[in-house]
Design a protein around this ligand. Sequence first.
Ligand SMILES: [Zn+2]
Length: 475
Amino acid sequence: MLDLVIRGGQVVTPQGVGPWDVAVQGERVVALGQPGEFSEAGRVMDAAGKIVVPGGVERHTHLAHLVSMHPEENLFTLGPEEDTRGMVFGGTTTHVDFCFVRPGSDVQQVIETRAARWQGQSYTDYSFHVALQGHLEIKLFDQIAEAIQAGFPSFKVFTVDVLPPHPRRHPYRLDFGRIQLAMEKVARHDGLMVVHAEDHDIVQFMYEKFREEKQTDGWLLPQVHNKLSEQLAFRRTIQLAAATGAGVYFVHTSAREGVEAVAEARAHRLPIYAETLHHYTCFTAEDYRSPRGFCYHTYPSLKYPDDQAALWDGLVNDGVSTTATDEFPTSLELKLRGQDLENVTGGNLGAEARMGIVFTEGVQKRKMSLPRFAEVTSTNAARILGLYPQKGVIAPGSDADIVFIDPAFGKRLTVEDFHVSDYSPWEGWSVQGWPVTTIRRGRVIVEDRRLVADTRDGQLVRRKISPEVLRRPAC
Ligand SMILES: [Zn+2]
């Protein structure tokens, strides 16, 4: 007998959308059938009126992470035990965080340290990107092949020191020589580069210039983390990728210039992918001037309506493959503690809101198709990062990570609609459609917006990226 049958919903699959029944046995989907086809099951869930989509894949989080904007205070963002509860309320069943390799550390050891921190603490399944930072020893790059073999095939680099030179922080940036070396290694062993691309010289020069002019207002951020900086860094990174054969996933694309650089590379059949953040698609640089303006900030900065138009066009049609959050959960007090260029707190709170916001703003307002919605919230991230087809799709053999979206759920969101911190950037935002039920590996965790299984037994998922994702733009 089947463990679970989901009946009556509009099920979104790569083959299309239909009124299929979904059969689950244990942790997996075993079949999709015609309505009423599966007669016996331990449990039947009625999804009438709901849209049934694959569980969200949030591929950009910084949980239990040092708040490096205030280095003297040794503060950390909320951990998986708190943030992933919001994720399951919001329809996300897998997230990918980071482990940081800095001079003196060892790749395997940083993976183990992060994995131990997550063990038994996450409502969702999870994995980690390996972030390479600072003046790393050249021989450390020999460990890349081993990490890929172990199931950690994505390597994050910054082309820029994101934060200002005052006060001093540990370096984020990897120089282009070392980025080239990392690209050569990942190209050879079927790994992927994950790149935060901004022009180091321009960003650091603008910080210096504003400091000299004694201009400190945080709303100047878009002039520091500016559009030209994104254009230069995306194009330089793409040229290096083309020369080395590496695939690149650009995190938090914020500007039209970034979207255009990626589109041009993809037109040349290069395996280049762009992520954007729902914050970038919904808030602009103008919002920095509002009373809670910096609660919408992460690096690079918010941009302009014209950039939003390019991001939406890429999400709805082609060219921007995924939505993510750059999740950096803190209290509102900590998020708003700095208001100046040199002490504003970066990072977003919004992994919980991501699926619902993209549904409202994409599907309801901008004619995004339901299959495309599943792609940009789940399937594409799973494919690009090597979680597919275990994750990112409702299909026989895949993990039963399944979410019901209620398109009739319409309201202005309040802080009570969220479950992580004492605020949400999305308070006051009107939505039409919201995730109401979340099933992770066959287990119902949230049902009708109530937590019904307070379980933090999410598992570490080992990843392997399909060569087709790494040879040409596959999604
Ligand atoms: Zn980030």
